[in-house]
Ligand binder design. Structure first.
Ligand SMILES: Nc1ncnc2c1ncn2[C@@H]1O[C@H](COP(=O)(O)OP(=O)(O)O)[C@@H](O)[C@H]1O
Ligand SMILES: [Mg+2]
Length: 253
């Protein structure tokens, strides 16, 4: 099983959106997936996948307490199980063990485990990172995203996670409106590209800011009408997944 964490210290960068895009693409392509909502304060992923239902099922909180995956997983479809989020996960923000989650996931037979997270740096995130093989960091072209990534890389060094396959991904990407390198968007983009602490980890693929993703994610039954825009979005997701996992995706949504 390959475990993929999706985390950025800045909020609203598209962690849950990217989790849903990966989960959809992987399960529609026949891979068995476990998705975990480790966002202690905003369980938007559980809400989305559970169709808005507040579940009484055991959660990520119980998993951290030592419950087995088999006691907590909620069957969403033939290829997907969910471990739902839980505000009580906050109890573990300063847990002294960073290996709780890694232990719980050991020996699981899913193809992929995908973990959505909070925009924080604490020992819950430490647990997620220790359990993961791949880290995706969605960023926006703004100064707060830049500062957050810089901080995050210092923390990755502290945790000695040099083997974590890390990708910084521009989400809600917008092409600069002008070639003028002094324009705000160009300046910010160049700050990312020129920062030697992490520029080697910037994935060349990006996900554009698009109504295809915004409307799809915010309303599951929304029918997307602009075929060109939809196709462009799908191609971006396929290329991104190929670059990270080296697999061909059949369907995206
Ligand atoms: N590529 C995108 N294009 C358009 N809107 C997006 C895109 N990615 C995310 N959004 C929107 O941005 C908001 C924040 O995204 P979300 O995935 O909830 O971020 P996070 O989980 O990091 O807080 C949501 O309203 C979402 O629909
Ligand atoms: Mg989220």
């Amino acid at each position: 099983m390959k475990t993929i964490a999706i985390n950025s210290i800045k909020g609203g960068t598209g962690k849950s959106t990217m989790t849903i895009l990966f989960v959809n693409a992987l399960t529609k392509s026949g891979y068995k997936c476990l998705v975990i909502d480790a966002d202690a304060s905003n369980n938007s992923l559980s809400f989305y996948l559970n169709d808005g239902e507040i579940s009484q099922q055991k959660s990520i909180f119980d998993l951290f307490l030592g419950a087995k995956v088999e006691e907590c997983n909620i069957r969403i479809n033939d290829n997907l199980d969910l471990i739902r989020g839980d505000v009580r996960l906050n109890e573990f923000r300063s847990t002294d063990s960073l290996k709780r989650l890694k232990r719980s996931l050991q020996g699981q037979k899913y193809d992929y485990c995908i973990i959505d997270t909070s925009p924080t740096y604490d020992n819950i995130i430490g647990n997620v990172l220790m359990a993961s093989d791949v880290l995706l960091i969605p960023v926006q072209q703004d100064i707060f995203s830049y500062q957050a990534v810089k901080y995050q890389f210092e923390k990755l060094v502290d945790l000695e996670l040099a083997d974590l396959d890390t990708h910084i991904i521009f989400n809600q990407f917008e092409k600069p409106l002008t070639d003028n390198q002094n324009s705000y968007r160009n300046q910010i983009t160049n700050m990312f590209l020129n920062d030697e602490a992490f520029n080697a980890f910037i994935n060349p693929c990006h996900i554009s800011r698009s109504s295809v993703f915004r409307k799809f994610i915010n309303g599951q039954n929304y029918k997307i009408s602009d075929k060109t825009e939809t196709q462009k979005g799908y191609e971006e997701v396929k290329a991104l997944i190929k670059s990270i996992l080296s697999i061909d995706i059949k369907e995206v949504i």
